[in-house]
Design a protein around this ligand. Structure first.
Ligand code: NI
Length: 388
């Protein structure tokens, strides 16, 4: 059961949709044009139900099989949003919106799921219901969480969910997946260090927040090196240092540190949160300053259910013959995790070949991956819910 021939025929059309999305990138929940186009296409395919505005700007398209005797429902999910990056690909269909770009391939994901929806609506060679989920705001806005909060999974009685993401560095047409944790939990923190500002030539009259912050930044490195079990995965990165002074001769009153924490297990996540707070507050206190820590939990760990993962891998093997079933987990995060926390399912990588990494201004989705991605989505439905 290789790539479906129908997707070879549909490739120019699906590629056209992909390039149209690429030329018109939209951010976060502000995906009105994209969502409108998705809904319009799904209606033109003859989907049984197309509902817009789920989770603010998400779209759900329902396709019923030939019969529904067993009442099975599976969800197939794609993301629609772009990134605030200035495109440098030089392709003829490059972004027409300054400072916005489809640098994560969500244009490709949306187009591939549309292709599968078109095929499934015209063939209906399955017994059950397919719910195509097009979500906004994957890039930091929690659009997946909003769709779940909106009751999407219970409204359509979705029993399992499957998602896909392209991945540079993996050959086109190859898939990669693993059971268990696949993507990390991403938390963010802000540490506000308050001391006593003043003249840089009179440090004895000040409490120097820059020096205190430097100590905090260095001490935070001991969480990964000294606190967390070395066999566990953890990242603690301080990414911005911001002071209320722009002069070279003024000791700032306040310094803000912002950063991210990535973990793969709730126990480690709890431990790191506690240590970030203790280290920041204790170090500041020791040096005569005060630190206030704002720690915010973000996307949870993306956890693939073992049985659904084995099934998704089997389908990928049938489609392409190439699937790595023990790919290394990534410390990036993915808000499909909110759906996987509610329903069993799996998230799989599809190779994008030797391109720039996602989130790079020279990145581009490889259209030759489309037949593999669309086939995988369609085959997931047909294999999971075979027509009687
Ligand atoms: Ni992405």
């Amino acid at each position: 059961m290789p790539v479906k021939n129908r997707f070879a025929e549909l490739l120019p059309e699906i590629t056209g949709w992909r390039r149209d999305f690429h030329a018109h990138p939209e951010l976060l929940f502000d995906v009105h044009r994209t969502a409108g186009r998705v809904a319009e296409l799904c209606r033109s395919f003859g989907c049984d139900e197309v509902v817009e505005g789920i989770g603010r700007t998400g779209v759900v398209a329902v396709i019923k099989g030939r019969s529904d005797s067993k009442g099975r429902v599976i969800g197939l999910r794609a993301d629609m949003d772009a990134l605030p990056i200035k495109e440098q690909t030089g392709v003829p269909y490059a972004s027409t919106v300054p400072g916005k770009m489809h640098a994560c391939g969500h244009d490709g994901h949306t187009a591939m799921l549309l292709g599968a929806a078109k095929y499934l609506a015209e063939t209906r060679n399955f017994d059950g219901t397919v719910v195509c989920i097009f979500q906004p705001a994957e890039e930091g806005g929690g659009g997946g969480r909003e769709m779940v909060k909106d009751g999407m999974l219970s409204r359509w009685n979705v029993q399992e969910v499957y998602g896909m993401h392209n991945m540079p560095g993996i050959p086109v047409g190859h898939f990669a997946i693993r059971p268990g944790p696949m993507m990390a939990a991403a938390d963010q923190f802000e540490i506000v260090v308050t001391g006593k500002g003043g003249h840089a030539a009179k440090p004895h009259d000040c409490v120097d927040t820059t020096v205190v912050s430097a100590h905090i930044i260095v001490a935070l490195q001991t969480i990964a090196s000294r606190n967390v079990d070395p066999l566990k995965q953890v990242v603690v990165s301080v990414c911005t240092v911001e002071t209320d002074s722009t002069a070279h001769n003024v000791i700032p009153q306040v310094v803000k540190l912002k950063g991210t924490v990535r973990t793969m297990e709730p126990k480690v996540q709890d431990q790191v949160q506690e240590r970030v707070c203790q280290i920041a507050e204790g170090t500041a206190l020791a040096l005569g300053a005060h630190a206030e820590v704002h720690y915010q939990r973000g996307y949870p760990v993306t956890v693939n259910a073992p049985e659904n993962t084995a099934f998704a891998a089997e389908v990928a093997r049938n489609v392409s013959g190439h699937v790595d079933t023990d790919t290394a987990p990534l410390m990036g995060a993915e808000d499909f995790s909110f759906m996987l926390n509610e329903r069993p399912g799996a998230y799989i990588f599809l190779g994008n070949g030797d391109t720039a990494m996602v989130h790079h201004p020279a990145y581009n989705f490889d259209d030759s991956a489309i037949p593999f991605g669309s086939s995988w989505y369609a085959e997931m439905a047909e294999t999971r819910m075979p027509a009687a």
